[in-house]
Design a protein around this ligand. Structure first.
Ligand code: ADP
Ligand code: MG
Length: 733
């Protein structure tokens, strides 16, 4: 049959005929279905004996190992609940270093010795599994013939159902005990933070037994119609557009941000929220973001380990629900050049078992001194480990959002806002004697007028800061939308824990020397305020002046992602992770290997896809148009008199030459890119070298090719262009 339409027009026809799918959200109240698919503590009581449960909860709450007998009884109850709800399979659900989550499904039944079907799910199966893990990256910790990795139950995160499968959140560790995932060190980091923060809390309140970290993530994403997505091999294979001229209208008017959510998108969101709520994820907000077709969702914050599980779960739910609505969800940090990218702001705070948020100004001066203590320790930690924190959010995908021309620079700084900055400035200049006055009634007064009642003005916001104080928490905004937040959170927890240990030691030393406690606290706080000053920046983080200023202040200004990964192996960082027992040197080394390897692989794929698209889509379309113009030139020559031909053909000549110029440049650069790729693959002695080669020699050529392609898109006849354009990808829903 004659091909009448190119891919793009077929896709456009399909996309515009997609009608909104009616959401399956029921009429009922949220409380009727919230956590319906979760084996909650409440529900466990119906399936498991009380004494066993009490023991289990006590062990979980105090971070103790669960005894096998307990696990066995719990497993039986779990299976019963799951099967009552239609489950036939179970899976250990874990977080490999490649990102995302992994699962291996097993059936609940087995055959007994007479060959009869028997339902079985023992404590052992709950406790530990050996997924055939040789294909997950380990950065050399396991060599392939010793490819044994275990997934082991994390009882602090409840099990849940996804259709017919019981999902058990697990850690993933090597046979020799090293962590092969994000969850293991995240749990270790919360233990370190709990210990360190609890010790510091004793200065203020002896009742504090436990401190945990909270995480409230804000997930940004784009939606694209499925048919258009399918017609863009770059989106399909790399998650971002490798080419595409900016749409005439994009985000200039910021009308999307304030606009109503389109019906088709709203239906998707309703379904997504319904599923999230069933899975026990307390989703609360949804709104449009700055870029066209960009959205955000955020839950109520939870304990960091659970919140991270929930974020990973929602990412997979989003992909599934989007497909039901003929959308594809883009979690990539920069799917479209020239408009905002997507991040995942991580709102982080510390909270005591007595219900105090350690990062919220308190009700009395004593609580405020505690608040300032924790605030200043976070500042110090971020200051000392700003390079590490940057490494924890760096990736091949986030690189396009941070550090590229149009994006915020890859420099970590802290925004405090006017009020808190003033408080710290006053404390810095107060004398130790006047700084803290304790009257006869043992009331304490800080020598700073506004400390007893710090009323925070929430409008004091700075959207350009990668790490901002927002009234009762810090918001780590540099985290990428596709990332496992665990990487950033474990680095932050560990750095703050380490800092709090040091703070405690310094204060104790002064007390030993005879300083009163409050004075000792004040002195150390004051010295921290001075030392950590370079990390504080309330100005425009996107400006060029800031780059210069940050370098002067000695902040980490490295922009090359493979080199940023080196920060994990700084002696200081290795030591910090060792002291806090979050990661060993071997684990850090293997993590870096995996990061470098993943970086190269992502760029390798992108570069190949770009090469293919340019040769198979772009150049043929350009050449076809050029031929049309050449035919026109000839026709003009036949029809018109010689003295008229020149001026009539002038414009065509010019376009023909421009196409020729771009086509020649593209061919030359694709060859250059292929050579650079081969060289990177075959001549790099280490994974680090390979990643550096990709960054230095492949990535820039890709950007150069793109420029020519985007210029061609503006020249070539729209009818001949085969890839859906930005204006179509971003504005059709
Ligand atoms: P905004 O968009 O203004 O930053 P949101 O209302 O979207 O704020 O909230 C952002 C996230 O911060 C939510 O997940 C919320 O639960 C979380 N959050 C609020 N208070 C805290 C806190 N003390 N610790 C951690 N996260 C918090
Ligand atoms: Mg926010």
């Amino acid at each position: 049959m004659h091909k009448t339409m190119n891919n793009r027009f077929e896709a456009l026809n399909k996309a515009t005929s997609h009608l909104p799918v009616v959401p399956s959200k029921p009429e009922g109240k949220v409380k009727d279905y919230f956590a319906a698919d979760v084996f909650t503590r409440e529900r466990m009581k119906e399936y498991i004996a009380e004494d066993v449960l009490n023991q289990l909860f006590d062990d979980i709450d105090n971070g103790r190992t669960i005894h096998r007998d307990i696990a066995n009884t719990v497993a039986i109850g779990m299976r019963k609940w799951a099967m009552d709800h239609g489950a036939t399979h179970y899976t250990h659900w874990f977080q490999p270093l490649t990102g995302g989550t992994a699962e291996k499904h097993d059936a609940f039944f087995t055959l007994n010795k007479d060959g009869l079907l028997m339902e079985e799910f023992t404590g052992d199966a709950l406790y530990q599994q050996e997924p055939d893990a040789s294909s997950f990256p380990s950065g050399g910790i396991r060599n392939t013939f010793e490819a044994r990795g275990y997934s082991a139950w994390d009882p602090s995160s409840p099990v849940f159902l996804i259709s017919d499968t019981l999902c058990i959140p697990t850690v993933f560790v090597a046979y020799t005990g090293e962590a092969l995932d994000y969850k293991t060190p995240l749990i270790r980091s919360t233990a370190a933070l709990c210990k360190a923060a609890r010790e510091v809390c004793q200065f203020f309140d002896k009742q504090v037994r436990h401190v945990h970290a909270n995480l409230g993530w804000e997930q940004e994403y784009f939606l694209v119609d499925e048919a258009l997505y399918d017609a863009r091999p770059d989106l399909l294979l790399t998650g971002r557009t490798l080419m595409g001229h900016l749409s005439a209208k994009n985000q200039q008017l910021e009308d999307h941000y304030f606009g109503a959510i389109p019906e088709r998108v709203r239906n998707f969101m309703m379904d997504l929220e319904f599923e999230a709520l069933r899975a026990g994820i307390p989703i609360r907000t949804r709104h449009n973001e700055v870029a066209p077709n960009q959205f955000e969702m955020a839950p109520i914050f939870e304990d960091v380990n659970l919140a991270n599980d929930h974020n990973l779960l929602i990412m997979s739910i989003m992909e599934r629900v989007a497909r039901k609505h003929h959308f594809r969800v883009l979690l990539h940090e920069k799917p479209f050049a020239g408009v905002n990218g997507s991040g995942k702001h991580c709102n982080w705070s510390m909270q005591t078992n007595t219900g105090i948020n350690l990062l919220a100004p308190g009700k009395n001066p004593y609580q405020n001194l505690q608040f300032v203590t924790f605030l200043v320790n976070v500042l110090m930690a971020v200051y000392k480990y700003n390079g590490l924190l940057k490494a924890s959010i760096a990736s091949a995908t986030n690189e396009h959002r941070l550090g590229a021309n149009e994006a915020p620079p890859a420099i970590i700084s802290v925004f405090l806002g006017k009020q808190i900055s003033e408080v710290l400035d006053k404390l810095e200049h107060a004398s130790a004697e006047k700084g803290i006055i304790i009257n006869a009634k043992k009331e304490m007064k800080l020598g700073v007028a506004n400390i007893p009642e710090i009323l925070l003005d929430n409008t004091d916001r700075n959207r350009t800061s990668p790490f901002a104080f927002t009234g009762n928490r810090f918001e780590f905004r540099a985290v990428g939308s596709s990332a496992n937040c665990g990487a950033a959170m474990l680095a932050l927890n560990a750095a703050v824990a380490n800092q709090l240990f040091q703070f405690k030691a310094e204060v104790d030393k002064l007390i030993e020397k005879g300083e009163p406690k409050e004075r000792a606290l004040f002195k150390v706080i004051k010295s921290y305020i001075v030392t950590s000053k370079p990390i504080r920046f309330d100005g425009n983080g996107y400006s060029d002046e800031w780059k210069t200023e940050a370098a002067k202040r000695g902040l980490d200004c490295e922009t090359s992602v493979p080199l940023i990964f080196d920060r994990y192996l700084n002696p200081d960082v290795i030591n910090m992770f060792k002291t806090t027992e979050v990661l060993t040197e071997a684990e850090l080394q293997s993590r870096c290997e995996v990061k470098w390897e993943t970086y190269s692989k992502k760029l390798q794929i992108e570069s190949r896809v770009l090469g293919d698209l340019v040769i198979n889509h772009i150049l043929p379309a350009a050449k076809r148009y050029q031929t049309m113009l050449l035919q026109n030139v000839l026709a003009v020559k036949q029809v018109f008199a010689e003295d008229e031909v020149r001026s009539l053909n002038e414009q065509d000549y010019s376009i023909i030459r421009r196409i020729e110029h771009h086509a020649a440049a593209i061919i030359e650069k694709v060859e250059k890119m292929t050579t650079a790729r081969h060289k990177a693959n075959h001549e790099s002695p280490t994974e680090r070298d390979k990643a550096i080669a990709y960054h230095d020699h492949v990535l820039p050529v890709m950007a150069a090719i793109r420029e020519h392609v985007d210029d061609l898109e503006m020249i070539v006849d729209d009818e001949l262009w085969t890839l859906p354009k930005y204006r179509e990808l971003m504005f059709i829903h």
